[in-house]
Design a protein around this ligand. Structure first.
Ligand code: ZN
Length: 311
């Protein structure tokens, strides 16, 4: 008798667990609008914007990181795994930008789903971190030519998942590429108006090396390529010295790094008696419906802010 009731209790628990799982599944379906479009999950806000530009409305695009979040120290939310499990396509930056999140992706992506690291391509030559020897610098999106590679990889990944949409993705990528070419022309022309001697970009963390190499800007930062790093007192002093020697007019803070790090840049600015020339977008875009909510809008804003402050 005891045994039978025990079995009954166990089966009740089992049924309850199964129900809660179903309820959970249903809630998730409600969380994302019910449609039969394949789901593309993107890690960073730049990649989410890119996917929206290429997909021609044939994919449901969901980004994991929210506007303003720092990818280097992103702590995965419990809902991320559930979202990743439903993805038909997963687009991430790669080159170690997604730390813990990369493991969550590998552990949860459904068999048959496609995963593409858009920065990992033979056409992209990763720069090496000065602080961590051998570690690649993941901020390749700041070379617009490299972002064109991101777009091409996004388009071919979408065609792989949804071959019927191939022409649409290629057409969208073609028109987006033209916009990127215009953006590149604008970036070169504008930055060239800053006298070479003062064309020095000083920021919170080292996100702009690709930008500097591509558009002839000397780049220095308080800390290295990852925001996990701790600044040292001599880093502040070295920047103050450089500003004096080169007669640099401004330094810049960033939207997606910690207030503490930006405060140290403010300390550099006051010690060197120069202005904070503005807030740059480095590793995250703004809200999608705002001017800096797109990759193109963000780069325009950064270029205009840099030129206004340094010219
Ligand atoms: Zn970064």
């Amino acid at each position: 008798m005891y045994k039978r009731s025990h079995l009954f209790a166990l089966s009740v628990i089992f049924v309850l667990l199964a129900c809660s799982d179903l309820a959970c599944e249903r809630q998730n379906q409600q969380a994302s609008p019910a449609n039969d479009k394949p789901l593309v999950v993107c890690t960073t806000t730049m990649i989410s914007d890119l996917a929206r530009n290429i997909c021609g409305g044939r994919f449901e695009v969901v980004g994991i990181m929210r506007p303003g979040e720092d990818p280097h120290i992103y702590t995965p939310r419990p809902t991320d795994a559930l979202l990743i499990r439903k993805a038909k396509l997963l687009l991430r930056n790669g080159l170690h930008l997604e730390g813990t999140l990369a493991k969550i992706i590998d552990n949860n992506l459904a068999p048959g789903a496609v995963q593409v690291a858009v920065a990992e391509d033979p056409r992209i030559k990763p720069l090496e971190s000065e602080q961590y020897k051998g570690a690649p610098d993941p901020h390749c999106w700041f070379n617009i030519a490299y972002f064109r590679v991101y777009a091409e990889k996004c388009s071919s990944a979408m065609s792989q998942v949804d071959p019927a949409g191939k022409e649409i993705y290629e057409k969208a990528e073609n028109s987006y590429r033209q916009q990127l070419e215009e953006l590149e022309k604008y970036t070169r022309e504008q930055l060239a108006t800053i006298p070479k001697q003062r064309r020095v970009l000083i920021t919170s963390h080292d996100a702009f090396q690709y930008f500097g190499r591509a558009y002839d800007v000397e780049v220095h930062a308080l800390i290295g390529i990852s925001t996990e790093q701790e600044p040292k007192p001599q880093d502040v002093e070295n920047l103050v010295k450089l500003i004096g020697e080169r007669q640099i007019k401004s330094v810049f803070i960033e939207t997606s790094v910690s207030g503490r790090l930006n405060n140290l840049v403010r300390k550099v600015s006051s010690k060197a008696a120069v202005e904070v020339g503005g807030t740059l977008y480095s590793d995250s875009l703004a809200e999608p419906d705002s001017p800096c909510g797109t990759y193109i809008g963000m780069l325009h804003y950064n270029v205009d802010t840099i030129v206004k402050a340094l010219r």
